[in-house]
Design a protein around this ligand. Structure first.
Ligand SMILES: [Zn+2]
Length: 110
């Protein structure tokens, strides 16, 4: 089964994006993931189940593509539709994600 190791830093669209597991965004914002375009960080809730983590990563990556190339033109439901479609496709192709490289941020600052 092809497994993609999720990197700590993802160069994309001329920026280096940090990808982090975050212990507090789930409680603080009631969200499984956030794309912080000010600080160039893609945060995923460390409390998510593995399957949710993968779906959330894809969701935030679609936001990243939208932010980079479309100037945030997509609606939240369009982002969700694209990312759900991507998740289904990759699941059908047997692609899984490995999050073991990511460090966990627990302080919640920024
Ligand atoms: Zn979203």
């Amino acid at each position: 089964m092809p497994e993609i190791k999720v990197p700590k830093v993802l160069p994309f669209g001329g920026h280096d994006w940090d990808i982090e597991l975050d212990g507090v965004i789930g409680d603080k914002y009631n969200k499984a993931g956030i794309l912080d375009t000010e600080n160039l960080i893609l945060k995923l809730s460390s409390k998510s189940l593995p399957s949710v983590l993968s779906a959330t990563l894809l969701h935030e990556l679609v936001h990243l593509i939208d932010w980079t190339f479309l100037g945030e033109r997509l609606s939240e439901s369009e982002v969700s539709s694209f990312s759900n479609g991507l998740y289904l496709l990759l699941t059908q192709l047997g692609v899984t994600f490995d999050f073991s490289e990511l460090k966990e941020e627990r302080d919640g600052s920024n």
